[in-house]
Design a protein around this ligand. Structure first.
Ligand code: SF4
Length: 476
């Protein structure tokens, strides 16, 4: 997927002015936040499970080579094959090679963020194959030629009217007088179209929520059952997964599964949790003849041992973006690449570079909600701060910004001068806002005051109040 992360500011400005995005984002609270809160209120051991999930993933990351090799040997034992891919190009080639080996023409696909990362659909189309998304949200955005705007709800930015319009434009063989006003009618139409595609497909590609080292199984969770049809009907099943998805045992996967659906959609469990181990065996009623796992690194191993390693605990639940005020204001497309929201603000610079994605770690108020809801306890604000430091050290920010920070740091290292300076500045700003209590425009802060007034400081500074409090405590 071609990144526009470098244009985050322009993307965000456009998104903020788009009433469709504002309306769609307004549904995030009842759709995700409230449902998650209700699910958690029914699970008193949620905090304990978070600790366990974190410990499982930390252990895996410390022993990644061991578990990946164990996983591979179990896949082979079950009759499957593992393809190790260092980057997107190798993963695309591996998938194309498998498709070509059976003369495939059509490929059905379950939802997979790694597939977006390696832009597999565009590549297969260029090579003359027809990839068809089978997750409803992914199918809709494929028809519209748009990228996903959320990692678990890729079409969250669209209204049902948008979907109806797309179906009428693309499903031209259907009765133009059909009624599509209700979501159920839209779902039924998509189901009818996709059933035929499932039956025609030569290859099915799914992602994986987990790779289980002790059995060589892959696991996907869906709510539509499309993943099952994608992997059981075609001759060949390809699992496309990034290598940090491995967990040691079935029990470990079960522990994290208890966190996943609750954090993602507020469900106790997703409607379908499907375990796949190798191809069809003699006597099996269905299943693929070939089972391949395309294991993609694409920058992950470079994160190991760095201050960004903890990001590899992510289970792609989407809770951080569902609770992020910045994501809620700009939506997912503004982030410009595969992963939006707070997790994208850490992961995207790790995978495509801070030069391209340096704006993203700055798109945060550091309110900390992302970390507080993350089931894997990933310290997202801390890692965004690390990216800001890297951006500063690489001199990627405008000179005025860097000099400004340098001046601030000079003062901050001289407390007496700093206190005097803040007192004088607060007094000056207080005078500027006298009468109205607000400041309508301010030199060097046009970005802030362009859209709203700045409250004028009133009374004493924080430092003065703090000192008074300390004196009061001493006197008491
Ligand atoms: S960072 Fe945490 S909250 Fe965000 S998607 Fe990953 S696991 Fe979920």
């Amino acid at each position: 997927m071609q990144s526009t992360s470098h244009a985050f500011k322009d993307n965000a400005r456009q998104a903020v002015g788009d009433p469709r995005i504002r309306k769609a984002m307004g549904l995030m609270k009842p759709g995700f936040q409230d449902r998650r809160a209700r699910a958690l209120s029914r699970l008193p051991e949620f905090e304990r499970l978070r600790e366990e999930g974190k410990a499982i993933k930390d252990h895996v990351l410390a022993n990644l080579d061991v578990y990946l090799e164990r996983f591979e040997s179990k896949v082979v034992e079950a009759g499957g094959q593992v393809h190790w891919c260092r980057n997107a190009a190798e993963a695309r080639e591996a998938i194309l090679g498998i498709c070509r080996s059976i003369g495939a023409r059509t490929v059905t696909k379950g939802k997979s963020m790694v597939a977006e990362e390696i832009a597999i659909n565009d590549y297969l189309e260029e090579q003359g194959l027809t990839p068809i998304e089978t997750d409803l949200g992914e199918y809709i955005i494929q028809l519209r030629n748009e990228p996903p705007s959320h990692i678990i709800a890729p079409a969250v930015h669209l209204s049902k009217e948008d979907v109806e319009q797309s179906f009428r434009e693309i499903h031209t063989w259907m009765d133009p007088a059909r009624v599509l006003a209700e979501p159920r009618a839209l779902v039924n139409e998509a189901r009818e179209v996709l059933r035929r595609k499932f039956q025609e497909a030569d290859v099915g590609i799914t992602g994986a929520n987990f790779l289980i080292a002790e059995t060589g199984s892959t696991v996907i969770v869906t709510n539509e059952g499309n993943g099952d049809l994608t992997q059981t009907l075609p001759k060949v099943h390809i699992v496309l997964a990034s290598l940090e998805k491995v967990v040691p045992t079935l029990e470990d996967a079960s522990t994290i599964l208890r966190l996943l659906a609750r954090s993602a959609t507020g469900q106790e469990f997703s409607a379908y949790t499907t375990f796949s181990t190798g191809p069809r065996r003699p006597g099996d009623l269905d299943g693929p003849e070939q089972f391949h796992v395309v294991l993609v690194d694409n920058g992950r191993t470079a994160m190991l041992g760095t201050e960004f390693q903890e990001m590899l605990r992510c289970i792609r639940c989407g809770a951080c973006m569902n609770h992020c005020p910045v994501y809620a204001a700009v939506g997912g497309h503004a982030y410009g690449w595969v992963y939006p929201g707070p997790m994208g603000s850490v992961l995207t610079p790790s995978l495509i570079g801070v030069q391209e994605a340096g704006h993203l770690p700055n798109a945060s108020t550091f309110c900390g909600r992302c970390e507080s809801v993350c089931p894997m306890k990933i310290p997202l604000p801390k890692m965004m701060r690390h990216w800001r430091e890297r951006e500063y050290e690489s001199k990627l920010q405008p000179a005025a910004y860097r000099y400004g920070l340098g001046i601030w740091a000079w003062f901050a290292r001289r407390p007496a001068l700093y206190h005097l300076g803040t007192r004088l500045a607060a007094g000056l700003l207080g005078r500027l806002g006298r009468g109205r209590g607000r400041i309508a425009s301010l030199p060097l802060a046009g970005g802030w005051t362009g859209g709203r007034d700045m409250p004028a400081p009133q009374g004493k500074t924080f430092q003065q109040l703090w000192a008074e409090r300390a004196r009061g405590r001493e006197a008491a």
